[in-house]
Design a protein around this ligand. Structure first.
Ligand code: PMP
Length: 313
């Protein structure tokens, strides 16, 4: 779906018009991928618009910046306020929110430390990511995720998404909805932009943080919900073949939300339909973000924006 411009983008503390949020081609980030960013959803709830897990997203952005020795120059509270200010100024909800900080224009060379940090926040309408209401047909990619101590996967950095692009393009060109990367040991890691869960013999499994996965905020939400519902949860290394014989497999992510998986490498998962655990967790997740179930973990930050009907991709 093409980007739909809104009125303003927040830049280093000020709202500027969307069309003026431009950078020079010689900015460090263009050449060396030096950015950290977030992807956040603002939902339509029965009580108005609300941002999902804003604090946790902005804390992850601070963590990503810390790993790359980037001083963003704003506290967590200031960053949260800036997101709310941006969304309220644009008056667009539901929406997707994209805060991004990068090394800007100054010197050209690998050493980034003299380049200024530029911090932007944009938001725009956005719908479903992995297509359709049917389960996704996915494949294991021939590309692995980053090996430990190469590009740090716990940082949500622009450069990591070159790997995601390889995984996603290959999947699409081969007729799949999405691809899953294995880690350097051949164990299951994650989708190009989603964490992966499976249900096997009554347990909910997801790869541990040592398997080259991003510490997804939706992943953490699903783990919290599952524990709360009394579903046994294990974070552990997952062999590839466990996916094929699992009872249920699903993706999680800000964009993907909770997306059931119908087949992997053209092997149908169980009967190809969303299973009971996936459905139960999805119902909880969508219940909370739509305001139909109580926000018992304090995940929603209300914003003063008139809500529109969600758009579909
Ligand atoms: N893994 C990768 C590589 C991602 O890009 C994303 C999306 N941010 C996720 C997992 C899911 O993370 P989250 O639930 O925080 O959106």
């Amino acid at each position: 779906m093409p980007l739909q411009p809104t009125k303003n983008i927040w830049h280093n503390g000020k709202l500027i018009p969307w069309d003026q949020a431009n950078i020079h081609v010689m900015s460090h980030v263009i050449h060396y991928g030096s950015s950290v960013f977030e992807g956040i959803r603002c939902y339509k709830t029965g009580q108005g618009a609300a941002i999902f897990r804003l604090q946790d997203h902005m804390q992850r952005m601070l963590d990503s910046a810390k790993i790359y020795r980037m001083d963003l120059g704003y506290s967590l509270d200031q960053m949260n306020d800036a997101v709310v200010e941006t969304v309220e100024s644009n008056g667009v909800a539901p929406c997707y929110i994209r805060p991004i900080a990068f090394r800007g224009y100054g010197e050209l060379g690998v050493n980034p430390m003299k380049n200024p940090i530029e911090f932007y926040i944009a938001n725009f309408p956005w719908g479903k990511y992995v297509s359709g209401d049917r389960g996704a047909d996915i494949c294991i990619s021939s590309w692995n995720r980053m090996a430990p101590n190469t590009l740090p996967v716990l940082a949500k950095a622009g450069a990591n998404y070159m790997n995601s692009q390889l995984i996603h393009m290959e999947a699409k060109l081969n007729g799949f909805d999405e691809g899953v990367g294995l880690d350097v040991n051949g164990l299951v890691s994650e989708g190009s932009g989603e964490n992966l869960f499976l249900v096997y013999k009554g347990q909910l499994l997801t790869s541990d943080l040592g398997s080259s996965v991003l510490a997804g905020i939706t992943r953490s939400s699903i783990l919290t919900l599952a524990r709360d519902l009394g579903i046994p949860v294990v974070e552990q290394p997952i062999p590839r073949e466990l996916l094929y014989i699992a009872d249920e497999v699903f993706f999680t992510g800000t964009a993907a939300e909770v997306t059931p998986i119908r087949s992997i490498d053209r092997i149908t998962i169980k009967d190809g339909l969303a299973g009971p655990v996936t459905k139960q967790l999805a119902a909880e997740y969508f219940g909370i973000v739509s305001g139909q179930r109580p926000d018992r973990f304090n995940w929603l930050t209300p914003v003063k924006v008139a809500v529109a009907e969600p758009v579909s991709a």
